[in-house]
Design a binder for this molecule. Structure first.
Ligand SMILES: C[S@@+](CC[C@H](N)C(=O)[O-])C[C@H]1O[C@@H](n2cnc3c(N)ncnc32)[C@H](O)[C@@H]1O
Length: 383
């Protein structure tokens, strides 16, 4: 098939040593948007600091308070370099008093070649690593060899499109960029932020992720990472509708998670005042396990239970990770899917109405696209 620009791969998540890293699938020019985050959820500090999620979020201020934002896509997986090639950018509408970002993404600091590992800075001081008892390894400026790159892309590029497409970009983001041009003191005109051919002609927001290319039955649509979180770190937060609660997972997922725990390949990380912020394993029981699809777009795929689904989820051990805090998630097509078709996963949505309400509030404030059906349960109970 002849691919349009929005269907091609820009970046991908792949194993690197004993963990994961994000790589450029193609060259980028300085200042170009390398990744437009497909979906972001701001959380209060106390909602992230006690679990492994704390290692995967970005801090920002809102209403004079510090928030931690969970980013889907590759945003949570950029490694740290004191001289990074990417910078985190967020766009806030001028005049908004609550500092809610309407767009989050990553821009190239310099020209980047295809195959280069992508890095951000976790902060100027060394505090980030010290606080967590991790030593900051000097960056290796790792690059995937040109001869190997096609193999990597074939294996690790996602076949899903998720997040902002042309309708939201033109209708909601471009007008803000016009207005903030001077505040950001960028020399680029707003239209130069994004090559419009990289955006799909449709939005593929939350619960509306689509196939980017034609996919055949049995193909892997995407491989991404799930963090293992205790249920009580997810309950009552806007993460609920994105996470997979134990009771919504299938029997083969349960079996697999039990096997992983039996083989010491799965832990529930906790840290707090009582552990002097040292990370410990605090597993209490299987039904307490929740999987948060923290990378890629699996969390944005519509959950339809057993009705008319076109893909399923496979949970594997995160064999490329030395800490056992997560699992590898694979989205596999259960029938042929055409490019542009909505992905439908055979897992039931969770039923905690107040979590949909919290998420809905966040989405209304930031204007991120979503399919209305995700909030159906909420609305039907309201009526
Ligand atoms: C946001 S995650 C980045 C993705 C990570 N490589 C993974 O596979 O989960 C942050 C974690 O990556 C590792 N990391 C990132 N940059 C590092 C660096 N410069 N030196 C040492 N470890 C680093 C640390 O384990 C840290 O807790």
């Amino acid at each position: 098939q002849e691919l349009a620009s929005w269907q091609t791969c820009s970046t991908f998540l792949a194993p690197s040593g004993d963990s994961w890293a994000v790589y450029a699938a193609r060259p980028f020019k300085a200042e170009e948007i390398v990744e437009l985050t497909p979906f972001f959820i701001p959380l209060r500090l106390e909602e992230t600091q006690h679990s492994v999620l704390d290692n995967y979020v970005f801090g920002f201020h809102r209403d004079d308070k510090v928030f931690n934002v969970v980013l889907l896509g590759n945003g949570a997986f950029y490694n740290h370099d004191a001289q990074p090639n990417l910078k985190y950018v967020q766009v806030i509408k001028p005049g908004d008093t609550d500092d809610i970002p309407h767009m989050v993404g990553f821009r190239a600091i310099r020209d980047i070649a295809a195959g280069e590992q992508l890095y951000v800075s976790y902060g100027h001081d060394t505090g980030w690593f010290e606080k967590r008892g991790i030593s900051d390894k000097s960056p290796t400026d790792e690059k995937i060899d040109a001869a190997m790159l096609p193999l990597y892309k074939n294996k690790y590029c996602s076949a899903a499109y998720a997040g902002v497409g042309l309708p939201t970009w033109k209708g909601k983001i471009l007008p803000i960029l016009d207005a903030v041009k001077d505040q950001l003191s960028t020399t680029l005109p707003p239209v130069a932020w994004m090559d419009l051919t990289r955006l799909a002609p449709f939005d593929a927001g939350l619960s509306d992720a689509r196939a980017k290319v034609n996919v055949q039955k049995g193909d892997h649509i995407e491989q991404s990472l799930g963090l293992v979180l205790s249920r009580n770190r997810v309950r009552g937060t806007p993460l609920g509708p994105i996470a997979f609660y134990w009771e919504n997972l299938k029997i083969d997922h349960h079996q697999h998670l039990i096997n992983l725990r039996d083989n010491a390949k799965l832990i529930l990380q906790y840290q707090g005042h009582d552990t002097e912020w040292q990370a410990v394993d605090r597993f209490v029981g299987y039904s307490e396990i929740t999987i948060l699809p923290i990378s890629g777009s699996i969390g944005m795929v519509r959950r339809v239970g057993n009705e008319d689904y076109n893909c399923k989820l496979i949970i594997r051990s995160n064999k490329n990770h030395n800490t056992n805090v997560g699992v590898t998630l694979e989205l596999v097509a259960t029938r042929d899917i055409a490019a542009g078709e909505v992905l439908r996963l055979n897992i039931s949505p969770s039923e905690f109405r107040e979590e949909y309400e919290l998420l809905h509030e966040e989405m209304e404030a930031s204007g991120q696209p979503h399919h209305p059906s995700i909030f159906d349960t909420m609305h039907s109970e309201e009526l």
